[in-house]
Ligand binder design. Structure first.
Ligand SMILES: Nc1ncnc2c1ncn2[C@@H]1O[C@H](COP(=O)(O)OP(=O)(O)OP(=O)(O)O)[C@@H](O)[C@H]1O
Length: 437
């Protein structure tokens, strides 16, 4: 298994951390004050959005000073007892696991406020007031009112999002190290999308590099698209069918959260609902069928073709309505519906579940596996369903009884008559074939 790059390239010392110079300086002077025996604060709370290096900073600080790190995720309920243990031991010098210098690191301290019942906040406060070791805490959002006491008891240090220049340096360094070809434009897209979150940027770089062999703009854009504000299928259809310009339609489909194949089914189901003119419907289906072809080709050969899929299912479908060119055109509100395909899937899934629950009840009764019942017993069972459905030992639910009745339904007189009625075409064909030559 490949090592995640966020782990592989996590800085090992403060010097390796990109930017954040003020924070590094502050932390250095804080640890120096501990070394001198006159700590200016017992603890610091590093805060800022996810992925910007709070954990990295704590770990690098420990490494830079050769401190042993005692790390704990504070939001984990199971850890409250351990937290108490740490609080007790940390109040006595030299007793915390070994004799090396220590740094206590409590991650996700903002997850602790929901654990009030367990006395977690008071335990941390106690830890801070009695500790003989420096404590670093980390939080994404430390502003919860329940954390007020904790905020007052600690030095708050904000970690800022990583700027574009250091982020580019970081990503390029990784590309060079991994010997992966990374387009500058692709790096720009990642930087823009990451919004200062180094974990997001590095993960994106790795998934593209490992999935596609190189980091190209088109692939990155495609992956980033999924992370942007996403539309549900109904919103997508409305924006698509009401789009008057190609770019609007393309944006509608590219912001959809629905899987491409399923989206094609959604559009296909609703084209005849939205469009009234036969020619418009024909053009929309023509575009949609091309979208489907491009999609399967892009899966087989090159993802570059994916953008044509969007062109076809977006502008191709939206501009199929010729009436849109008229200045008097007005969007018509229509009630869209689920693809029949999806409904059928759900229905058959629920039928399968009912069948399986009957099978497992029979299995329990005759001490046989579900597979054995399904293959050897169930077909025969259906013949006697009428007698068995009333069997108390199986304890079938009304839904299961209804399912059994439907599965074993005998044709009514009416259906039998219809089934037995000779089909005119068949008769004609048969009679022609049976005509002596
Ligand atoms: N300033 C930086 N310089 C170099 N690498 C960085 C920097 N900031 C973050 N990273 C990288 O980003 C990854 C994620 O950072 P980290 O886990 O420290 O984020 P975090 O702020 O603790 O996130 P969370 O709040 O989700 O725990 C790290 O593994 C590291 O590789």
């Amino acid at each position: 298994m490949t090592v995640p790059w966020v782990v592989k390239y996590r800085p090992n010392s403060l010097d390796e951390i990109e930017n954040q110079e003020d924070v590094k300086e502050e932390l250095r002077s804080w640890i120096d004050s501990w070394i001198k025996g006159k700590p200016n604060y017992k603890s610091v709370l590093l805060y800022g959005p996810p992925g910007i290096g709070k954990t990295t900073m704590a770990l690098a600080l420990a490494k830079s000073y050769g401190l042993e790190i005692i790390e704990m995720n504070a939001s984990d309920t199971r850890n409250v007892t351990s937290l108490r243990g740490i609080a007790e031991k940390a109040s006595v010098t030299g007793s915390l696991f070994s004799d090396r210098g220590k740094l206590i690191f409590l991650d996700e301290i903002d997850g602790i406020q929901s654990k009030q019942d367990f006395g977690a906040i008071s335990t941390v406060l106690e830890l801070i007031s009695n500790t003989k070791y420096p404590i670093i805490m980390a939080a994404n959002n430390p502003w919860d009112p329940n954390l007020r006491e904790l905020r007052n008891a600690t030095k708050m240090i904000e970690i800022k999002k990583l700027g574009k220049i250091p982020m580019r340096r970081l990503l390029k360094k990784i590309c060079a190290n991994e010997k992966v070809k990374c387009e500058d434009a692709a790096i720009d897209v990642i930087i823009e999308a990451s919004d200062g979150d180094a974990r997001y940027a590095i993960n994106m770089l790795q998934s593209v590099a490992e999935g596609y062999g190189q980091v190209t703009q088109s692939v990155v854009e495609e992956l980033v698209r999924r992370k942007e504000r996403e539309l549900d299928p109904f919103e997508t259809l409305r924006s698509l069918f009401w789009a008057q310009y190609g770019w609007q339609a393309k944006q509608a489909v590219s912001r959809s959260q629905t899987d491409y194949e399923l989206l094609i089914r959604w559009i296909s189901e609703n084209v005849p609902i939205q469009y009234e003119m036969l020619n418009d419907i024909w053009r929309a289906y023509d575009a949609l069928s091309r979208a489907s072809i491009f999609l399967s080709r892009s899966k087989m050969s090159s993802w570059d073709l994916l953008s044509y899929t969007f062109d076809m299912m977006g502008p191709g479908v939206a501009l199929a309505e010729v009436g849109k060119k008229s200045p008097n055109w007005k969007a018509k509100w229509k009630k869209y519906q689920f693809p029949t395909y999806v409904q059928q899937l759900y229905r058959s899934k629920s039928l399968r579940n009912t069948r399986d629950s009957i099978i497992s009840k029979i299995g329990r009764n005759i001490h046989a596996s579900a597979r054995k019942v399904y293959n050897d017993v169930y077909p025969f069972f259906l013949q006697y369903a009428k007698e068995i459905e009333s069997s108390k030992s199986l304890d079938l639910s009304p839904k299961e009884i209804e399912f059994l009745r439907a599965s074993t339904k005998k044709p009514t007189a009416d259906t039998e008559a219809r089934e037995n009625k000779p089909d005119k075409n068949v008769t004609r064909r048969t009679s022609r074939r049976s005509r002596p030559t």
